[in-house]
Design a protein around this ligand. Sequence first.
Ligand SMILES: [Zn+2]
Length: 159
Amino acid sequence: MPIFQDLKGKNIANFQKMIDEKKNTIRKYYDEIGHLYYGQYKDVNVDMTKDINARCESISNLYAEIEDLNVKILRERGLKKCAVCATENNLSNAFCFKCGARFDDSDAVPADVIAPPNASATPSRNSVSTESYAAAEPVAADDIEAPAAEETAAEGTEE
Ligand SMILES: [Zn+2]
């Protein structure tokens, strides 16, 4: 029935949304790494290595989580990817139909036996401090200091 199909579509959309969020977080980390590196370049006495490495680690974790989500999406569609040639196969295949590689996960499980997305998929955003580098942008001092308007009370001096 369509209900089952809808659920699948919903799951896939959910996974896709999680992937998009993780990609955004990755982009943010790359941006921060750039700032940190620049801060180090500007001041040789500063060591940003720890902060940079923390973000690199987070990025690696996010990529792994995205890969997991991609596998889940494939499973929802009744597919799995060959580890050798990356060809998409039916979940029930014991061997890759293209290159013949064996699927060691012996994935003869029906597609609906899938663990629900767990909380571990949440990116550890808070594990990285964002305040450890000063914003390197110079404050643009606008010289919009308009000359003080003359307050000539030239009128209305009535008694
Ligand atoms: Zn293959």
